[in-house]
Design a protein around this ligand. Structure first.
Ligand code: ATP
Length: 221
């Protein structure tokens, strides 16, 4: 008889910096996580942190079948350097009919192949971090999150033009084409922004808008 699928459980393959971070966070959020890695040292490091850890080669279909990989609701393939192993592991998880396979890619081409062999979601952590760091180095921008190709969230310090005025008075939406979502005074905590919110020097704003408008707002001094 087939075992019930453990939809709330995760299998994370590759316990390097990225996979280790994903697996540890999932456990901290209250999930059961099986970690799999070829490398005995990485297995040892995660033994006391994850629910279960196994030293195994994830490219081997039989090994993965015996580990019950097909019973997990979500698999994370966090192998980067060995592209062949990353692709083979994703294909094995597809063969085992894991419903959600999240795979890490180190290049655009790698990402396309991962999608072809069944990854439901491909993440590009190094590329995306590079984009965020690049944005954060321009103007007064602190952080940049691309939600969609055309839409972004920007964290930035308040531009001079807004200081001492409410968001309504400053006509932020009309003039800059962005919406201020929340605001934090220096040393304070975030609260939701309203039209009456008055901006002070040193405030941090989180704004949402079309990417070029949000970027432009983040580069105001
Ligand atoms: P990081 O997340 O540290 O940046 P990386 O992108 O350099 O990692 P790798 O070091 O190639 O990626 O792989 C991450 C982990 O995946 C390593 O701990 C490695 O031992 C493990 N790994 C590689 N191939 C396999 C495999 N076939 N089966 C299981 N684990 C594997």
């Amino acid at each position: 008889m087939a075992r019930a699928r453990r939809t709330s459980e995760f299998i994370v393959i590759g316990l390097g910096r990225f996979g280790g971070g994903v697996a540890t966070t999932l456990v901290e959020l209250g999930n059961d996580v099986l970690g799999v890695d070829l490398n005995a040292k990485n297995v040892q490091v995660h033994r006391d942190v994850l629910t279960h850890v196994v030293e195994a080669d994830a490219t081997d279909l039989e090994t993965m079948r015996q580990l019950g990989a097909g019973d997990f609701g979500t698999a994370v393939v966090a192998i980067g350097t060995d592209i062949e192993a990353s692709i083979l592991t994703t294909a094995v998880l597809t063969d085992l009919e894991v419903p959600r396979i999240v795979a890490k890619a180190v290049s655009e081409a790698h990402g396309k192949i991962l999608e072809r062999v069944g990854a439901s979601r491909v993440v590009h952590p190094e590329r995306d971090t590079g984009v965020r760091v690049g944005h954060s180095l321009t103007g007064s921008m602190i952080d940049f999150i691309q939600l969609d190709p055309g839409f972004a969230l920007v964290e930035t310090t308040a531009p001079k033009d807004l200081i001492g005025r409410s968001l309504a008075e400053a006509e932020v939406r009309r003039r800059y084409g962005i919406t201020v979502v929340c605001i934090k005074p220096a040393g304070g905590t975030f609260t939701y922004a309203t039209p009456d919110t008055v901006v002070s020097e040193g405030d941090v704003l989180v704004v949402a808008g079309e990417t070029d408008r949000a970027e432009a707002f983040g580069t105001l001094a």
